[in-house]
Design a protein around this ligand. Sequence first.
Ligand code: ZN
Length: 535
Amino acid sequence: MFADLVLFNGKIVTVDAKESIAEAVAVKFGKIVAVGTNGEIRELVCRETEVVDLRGRTVIPGLIDSHCHMISTGMRSMDTIDLSEEAGVKSIGDIKAKIAEKARSTPKGELILGGKEDDYKLLERRHPTRWELDEATSDHPVVISTVGGHFSVANSKAFEMACVTKDTPDPVGGMFERDPKTGELTGGLHERARELVQVGLGVGEPTRESAAENVKRILMANASAGLTCVYDSVHGSEVRAVLDLKNRGELPIRVRMDVSIDLFPELNKVGISQGLGDGWVKICGLKAYFDGAISARTAYVSEPYLNRPDFYGVMATTKELARKSILEAYEAGYRISAHANGDVAIGMYLDIMEEAQTRHPRPDPRNRIIHCTVVNPELVGRIKSLNMLPTIFGAYPYYHGDKLIPAFGERRLEWMFAARSFLDAGVKVAAHSDHSASPFPPLMGIHALVNRTTKAGKPIGQSQKVSLMEALKLYTINAAAHSFDEDSLGSIEVGKCADMVVLGKDLLSVPSEAIIDTPIDMTIVSGKIAFERER
Ligand SMILES: [Zn+2]
């Protein structure tokens, strides 16, 4: 047998059970067929074999982001104003200027959307109000969403066109921010209140063709950051965009899909369930929501936020509603992937899963807790005994860390993003970007998990530090287990898919402060080069 592709003369970090290091690897038909010494692999080279001389460079398994919103972010990226610090927004004045500029080229009455706003990175250290957005335009409805995606701000025209007034009650699982004296809406929309306004405005979908093109663009950007697989949270048009690309043979990387639990009746009618798909695209669990976000500091917690007295965060559902929908879906054989950030929300989810698993036991359930941010020893123990799979924010201690210290305080941060505690308890924890809630490069996540320092360089929950090899597992083999893919993805071993990343520096020996700057030279998916850095 001869190989299609051979990488030799390198340091192959296999992430197999023995954490072994090899010199070379051979690929045939998209699968790894040999891992070993240069001499062993050389025997598989023929004239048709593509040969890559690594010249000592390091190769790691393809990296996996185990929860994000890549598809919806990519799909709408063309139509949404980028209000992030990276796009040059430093103040509420900058937000107003960007909206006013867009308004000049947008017909009156047409919706203007903004995204990735981050109050902590604004001069004023707060979100703009409805009235401030009105100063940018009163002729267009404007809705801007914040970096975590759980909180938005609308202007007066948006409320008017969505028929939402101060007399509109808060929806179940949502909240309008109001003036405490007059009850007047001040623009802020939490959780389901966002949907109420967006549905009222008829927020549209891009065309099928532009959706697929935009999704392709973001997945190619993912590949350039070393990602070979992302777990996304999807609705109808997003699934369609991914399948359109797959059917054309243009899908850059693998996609695992958690589908909204709201779609359970439809999925169940057709019999679509976890496991449907193939190595490229596969259905995982049903996505439910329990509470608010960490970056917005609205996770539902047992101790009040230090910077907001008497505020414990917000719920996105009630226990009764969540229990009913989860038990119904669980009985029908579905796997659950629920968003729970705060300790109270996580406890609620575990109560429901205890009941679900007692009533309908399964040998290998693999239900997921998405974020699972604020924990304690009791919750970690319950997660272990229920065999739940948490996936935690990777980059947050670094990227959002500086805003979390005043909200939670140092003591509580020792029990947040608790990678160390989960690993010590034998829990198969993975990690994610939740993009667009944080940047998607997985090396930023690995950097944060290993260093536990903020962007400004402050220590943040240092007792939860993990080793580089452990952090790598959170983005490879552990993440693969979250979709029953541990026999085909997540390590460089014979028989597995040839998903690998060639690095410009040796990740195992760079100083830990420099992990984030490690260049990605090449990303290989299923034996094909999906990205190669120009040098
Ligand atoms: Zn999310």
